[in-house]
Design a protein around this ligand. Structure first.
Ligand code: NAD
Length: 480
């Protein structure tokens, strides 16, 4: 049994009333860990400590912060296997994927450490002699990072990276499902030299704890990744104090496969984006629109990928492609969506059930699933399934496919498969989402801004631009 405490002012401490909660294994249902359940006293202590640490951290030069951050990530990298194991244990993804997530999270934080020294202001020509004008940027102060369970360390790194580089301090609130790996990551960065108070981690039941943090008057910015419903609630909670907010929310990502597409490539990418991490990704392919002339060929190739995927406990069997889904609730939603699609006339091509056998009996496993004949009436074509399910619909006119792709309130990522340059340009410009991937599925890169349009977000993460989410602008004008 693993015990995880709060991380406040560089110390690992219990909740002020010693309360804890249990972490079940998604692979077996057994209780594998226990995490502290932070109280309002703990929240106040964490924010107060972060505010105190801000005074020193924000006045270091960006060069000094870069050195400290890089030393800390170098240390955290040495703990990748340990932290990855905790992630695999509580979230269910295979160990090698979890370990990879930890080391790529360190790379992301390093990317921002290097960007910190490039936060440049401007000196402006003025309308009158004797005036002097310059624009500069200053860190906002104490930030809160609220993260989900699907990529529990990576999505913290996307927030910690720009916040720390900009000179902010951060109180981290991981998802209650994955407190162990997030806390261990924070601990590793502190062990590696991030000063006490610059990163605080508080764990506990999500809505209450998150709400206390978001509304805390000394918190100046909230960065959250999670569902659209919770994101909207957070925005409302921040409104009375007009806090800076960035939200990366749900997606309902379409993939359009044109008549001239490379079908092997399209099937490989769609299977990867539809099934990897059990389909529990904001950028999962949620619906496929395939040109009628290639529909059957694509579905057959997709079925080949789905049926060759291996499922199992990714700790005891590190070679598996997918582990169990993270929670029983997540699997129940998938089952509801599949039943709804079948009731509305979809055809099941493969999957659509829990795998059989003793090895799967106690875990939240679900088979990679493909359905055809998908229509807009089906819930999975309108709501995020967040599971390993790929519904396919046929189209005749590419303009119809783009209209269908744009027909939901979300706008996170759209995938397009074509070899035609004119189609690439026309469709890329017409698709209403913040990210367009043409002929690939490598969605997130440090240099590329990731903005969810519509119900998929507010503000952005990743790229140089994200650092400005953690800065205030100041215009200084002098008359001499
Ligand atoms: P969730 O919205 O249930 O929870 C997200 C976080 O918010 C958790 O830490 C939770 O404890 C916290 N929270 C809940 N209520 C709160 C409140 N009232 N105030 C403050 N915090 C509160 O999401 P989840 O189930 O953990 O994650 C899955 C969702 O995340 C999916 O919708 C997925 O699409 C989305 N997601 C988006 C991105 C992206 O970059 N756009 C990336 C990954 C996941």
């Amino acid at each position: 049994m693993i015990h995880c405490q709060l991380l406040i002012d560089g110390q690992s401490v219990p909740a002020s009333d010693d309360a804890t909660y249990e972490i079940p294994s998604p692979a077996s249902g057994e209780i594998v860990g226990q995490a502290a359940a932070a109280t309002s006293n703990d929240v106040n202590r964490a924010v107060a400590g972060a505010k105190k640490a801000f005074a020193a951290w924000s006045t270091l030069t960006a060069w000094d912060r870069e050195k400290i951050i890089r030393k800390a990530t170098a240390h955290a990298r040495t703990k990748s296997t340990e932290i990855g194991r905790l992630m695999a244990l509580e979230q269910g993804k295979p160990l090698h994927q979890a370990v990879g997530e930890v080391s790529s999270s360190c790379d992301m934080i390093d990317y921002y450490a290097a960007e910190g020294v490039r936060i440049e202001g401007t000196i402006n020509p003025t309308e009158k002699s004797g005036y002097h004008s310059w624009v500069t940027y200053q860190p906002v102060g104490v930030c809160v990072a609220i993260s989900p369970w699907n990529y529990p360390v990576a999505l913290l790194a996307w927030k910690l990276g720009p916040a720390l580089a900009a000179g902010c301090t951060m109180v981290v609130k991981p998802s209650p499902v994955t407190p162990l790996c997030a806390t261990a990551f924070g601990e590793a960065l502190i062990e590696g030299g991030i000063p006490a108070g610059v990163i605080q981690v508080v764990t506990g039941p999500g809505p209450e704890l998150g709400d206390m943090l978001v509304k805390h008057p000394n918190v100046k910015k909230v960065a959250m990744t999670g569902s659209t419903a919770v994101g909207k609630r957070i925005l409302e909670s921040c409104a009375p104090q007009l806090k800076k907010v960035s939200l990366e929310l749900g997606g309902h990502c379409p993939a359009i496969v044109c008549a001239d597409a490379d079908l092997d490539l399209a099937a490989r990418v769609i299977a990867y984006k539809g099934f990897r991490n059990g389909g529990q990704s904001c950028s999962s392919v949620n619906r496929v629109y395939a040109h009628r002339s290639v529909h059957d060929g694509l579905v057959s190739k997709l079925r080949g990928h789905a049926q060759s995927m291996t499922l199992g406990d990714g700790i005891t069997d590190p070679a598996v492609d997918n582990g169990p889904m993270a929670t029983a609730e997540a699997r129940a939603r998938v089952e509801e969506h599949v039943a709804d699609a079948l009731a509305h006339g979809a055809t099941l091509i493969c999957g659509g059930a829990r795998p059989e056998g003793d090895a799967f009996a106690r875990g939240n496993y679900y088979l990679p699933t493909i359905l055809t004949g998908a229509t807009p009436e089906m819930r999975m074509m309108r709501e995020e399934t967040f599971g390993p399910v790929v519904p396919v619909a046929a189209f005749d006119d590419p303009d119809d496919a783009v209209n269908l792709a744009n027909s939901t309130p979300w706008g996170l990522v759209s995938y397009l498969f074509t070899r035609d340059l004119a189609t690439t340009f026309r469709a890329s410009e017409a698709l209403e989402s913040g990210t367009i991937c043409v002929n690939h599925g490598a969605v997130n890169t440090p240099y590329g801004p990731y903005e969810g349009w519509g119900d998929s977000g507010y503000g952005l993460e990743l790229s140089r631009q994200a650092i400005f989410e953690y800065l205030k602008t100041k215009h200084i004008k002098l008359a001499l």
